[in-house]
Ligand binder design. Sequence first.
Ligand SMILES: [Mn+2]
Length: 193
Amino acid sequence: MGKIKYSISERPFPGETVSGDSCFVKQLESGYLFVVLDVTGHGTQAALVANKLMQVLEDFSSSDVKAVMENLHKNLVRYSSAVGSSLYVNEKTGECTIISLGDVTARVIGQNNRFLVTASGLLGYAIPTLIPTVLHLEEGAILVVHTDGIRRHTNDNAEDSHENNVENVTEYLLKKFSKDSDDALCLAIRWER
Ligand SMILES: [Mn+2]
């Protein structure tokens, strides 16, 4: 039986106390569902929508990330909009299924660094045919998903260092790359055999 470790670091738009960025986590039968969302705007209004979406996810959690995204879209139409990533990690095998939509970054840091595909679209407004990416989280690799409140960048030494655990990575990325002009949230996941 494998093990999943994860960490979430976040902070609101500087000067505000609530955020439109949010991360949902739920353990399902054979793994974890993670959903990172960035609701359009910031502050109280965006936070209200984000809270509602957490409830939508609570009511409909599934390892089928396509269905999860479509359900979020349906609940946002004529109400608000958001971008984000839904991913499911199988605890036994380390297989990860992920869909990212809009301005959000999903990447793997490890021996085999890579950015994952992000489709164009906006939940609640227009979404494309959603095609999940399936990858295997190799041991030691860290899957990072962050909102656009954190600058997209290439690795530096601190990230490459295998001394980094998932907690260190999210705190580090938030501190070093967050923008002064947006909410910011970072999720990191590691799978171990
Ligand atoms: Mn944002």
